[in-house]
Design a protein around this ligand. Structure first.
Ligand code: PGA
Length: 255
């Protein structure tokens, strides 16, 4: 059985006080950790504060990290530093990082390996642009992104890895992919994992959909065979919405 996941991606939003208020407010109201992984990925500067107050049912993650453990990389944060804050997860290869900060499939792979080596659980983002979808290149793009992200990944680490399918045209635009479209892409990603590893590993890996997920669309998405949860930007910033998303996710159990 694949445990559902709701991961909030706060991006560059919320200062410390706002973030702490959120964590206190959602605290007791989240479903239990045995039913759901509820995760908030917050700006690096407040991670330690959030970890100290995360409570039993919330986990905290970073939004990016450098692949190297230390060195002359001004402004960067290493896997060891991230781990030392107490976070469990880190988003890697988000399309905004690929688009604005020149991340490539190769750097994403280096980061995935570095995260796993440092006991951090990567949430690996993949997804096509509007142009690529219109040119019927979605599968081609996903093939490149997924196969490259998993180079040299040890199959024993699969339970620590989450994949998020996030079509770029649906992020922050209000244009959510139809649940069938999202399920088809997540199913294709699962078939790639089967090719890279094997059937049982493909059945275990958790794949999320992301891109304008809201309380209005989450139920339909979660009902789909290959969608094990959501990576949520805008709707994860409001306490009530985040709680509602988490409640929806536990209603469906994937076998
Ligand atoms: P959105 O962002 O839910 O605001 O579209 C999703 C993401 O970028 O992870």
């Amino acid at each position: 059985m694949r445990k559902p996941v709701i991961a909030g991606n706060w991006k560059m939003n919320k200062i410390r006080d706002e973030a702490l208020q959120f964590v206190y407010a959602v605290g007791e109201k989240l479903p239990s950790n045995s039913q759901l992984d509820s995760i908030i990925c917050a700006p690096a500067i407040i991670l330690r504060d959030l970890v100290k107050r995360q409570g039993d049912n919330l986990r905290i993650g970073g939004q990016n990290m450098h692949a190297k453990e230390c060195g002359a990389y001004t402004g960067e944060i290493s896997p060891i530093m991230l781990k030392s804050t107490g976070v469990e997860y880190v988003i890697l290869g988000h399309s905004e990082r690929r688009q604005y900060f020149n991340e490539t499939n190769e750097t994403v792979n280096e980061k995935v390996l570095a995260a796993l080596a440092n006991d951090l659980r990567p949430i690996i983002c993949v997804g096509e642009s509007l142009e690529e979808r219109e040119q019927n290149k979605t599968n081609e793009v996903l093939y490149e992104q997924v196969t490259k992200a998993f180079v040299n990944v040890d199959p024993k680490d699969i339970d620590d890895i989450i994949i998020a399918y996030e079509p770029i045209w649906a992020i922050g635009t209000g244009k959510v992919a139809s649940s069938d479209m999202a399920d088809e892409a997540c199913g294709y990603i699962r078939s790639l994992i089967e090719k890279i590893f094997d059937h049982s590993i493909a059945e275990r890996v958790r794949i999320l959909y992301g891109g304008s997920v809201s309380t209005a669309t989450v139920d339909e998405l979660m009902a789909k065979e290959h969608i094990d949860g959501a990576l949520v930007g805008g709707a994860s910033l409001k306490e009530e919405d985040f709680i509602r998303l988490c409640e929806s996710a536990v209603k469906v159990q994937k076998v």
